[in-house]
Design a protein around this ligand. Structure first.
Ligand code: FAD
Length: 293
């Protein structure tokens, strides 16, 4: 099948791009599973105009809106990509080949996991992968940040404004020295052993470290970074950054003409507000690219 703009990703960024591109009267196809969006299953309390809303409502309403403007949604994954002359060719799970004039990469990221006992079982019951999203739920409570990089330092500093006690577990510390000093000056307690297990009866109660230390806590924030579906981008000549993000200019265009990117895949902040802002820009830019072509 053929389309003007092919959007890879059915999360907030991809859907906002679909709305703006299809309202510009170009043919739009969205590929992706909303149930795999980072927003699915979340409660969002910091998106404009919504005090507390569930991510699945944003996604289902977004799909309805995008379809009402003419976008076609295909709930499948892209499994391969290629450039053929001026066209981009993507193949889906069931072997369907989709050819387009422009592509928007909105595949999001998946947060890296520790892989320790209790992590999956207590996810959403005290285990979190996003301090900026969930900080408000931990007012006056004890939290532990887990991670070696600067993002863990930033999260630890942030949590000192909310939590009664903030600890930071970093067993191979690589964070920027000034960020580490700042976190310490704000009262963060540091531990240098690797986490072994998260424990609790139906909710997080403690983090156990490999050296036997037991940290009583209400929340464990795992801040290890992310991995993305950047290999699809490489096959159409877009080279991801060292951290797997895709670099874009102010019109959300990548280094390859006709290829745009938006949302979590372009880097932090991993937030719905940023995803839809870039989705708007990418959708308009891709439509404009197709019209000029
Ligand atoms: C637990 C949690 C809580 C959060 N809370 C908040 C909050 O309170 N406030 C806030 O602003 N943000 C929050 N976020 C972050 C927010 O959900 C993300 O920033 C947002 O969903 C990013 O949108 P996106 O469209 O870039 O990526 P995603 O929503 O992750 O969507 C990516 C899409 O790409 C698709 N995809 C991936 N690979 C392929 C492929 N090969 N082929 C086709 N499709 C593909 C996926 O299936 C998905 O549909 C939270 C996230 C988590 C995990």
């Amino acid at each position: 099948m053929e389309t003007d703009v092919l959007i890879i990703g059915c999360g907030p960024a991809g859907l906002q791009a679909a709305i703006h591109a299809s309202r510009s009267k170009v043919g739009v196809t969205v590929l992706g599973k909303p149930s795999n969006s980072a927003a699915s299953g979340t409660e969002i309390e910091n998106f404009l105009g919504t005090c507390l809303t569930d991510g699945d409502s944003i996604l289902s309403e977004g799909i309805r809106q995008a379809e009402s403007f003419g976008a076609k949604i295909i709930e499948q994954n892209a499994i391969s990509s290629a450039r053929e002359g001026e066209s981009f060719v993507f193949v889906t799970d069931d072997g369907t080949e989709i050819r387009s004039k422009a592509v928007i990469i909105a595949t999001g990221i998946s947060r890296l996991k520790l892989g320790i006992p209790g992590e999956n079982e207590l996810y959403g019951k005290g285990v979190s992968y996003c301090a900026i999203c969930d900080c408000n739920f931990y007012k006056g409570r004890r939290v532990v940040i887990v991670g070696n990089e600067s993002e863990a330092a930033v999260s630890a500093s942030l949590m000192t404004s909310y939590a009664s006690e903030t600890s930071w577990v970093a067993w191979d510390l690589k964070a920027n020295g000034s960020l580490v000093d700042k976190a310490k000056a704000e009262g963060v307690t540091m531990y240098a052993s690797k986490p072994k297990a998260v424990e609790g009866d139906g909710k997080v109660e403690r983090l156990i470290l490999e050296d036997g230390t037991v940290i009583p806590t209400d929340g464990v924030f795992i801040e290890l970074g992310a991995k993305s579906a950047a290999d699809l981008a490489m096959d159409i000549d877009v080279m991801p950054e060292m951290d797997d993000t895709i670099k874009v200019d102010s019109s959300c265009q990548t280094e390859v003409p006709g290829v745009f990117a938006c949302g979590d895949i372009t880097g932090k902040p991993w937030q719905v507000a940023k995803a839809v802002g870039q989705g708007c820009i990418a959708g308009l830019s891709a439509a404009s690219f197709v019209r000029k072509g």
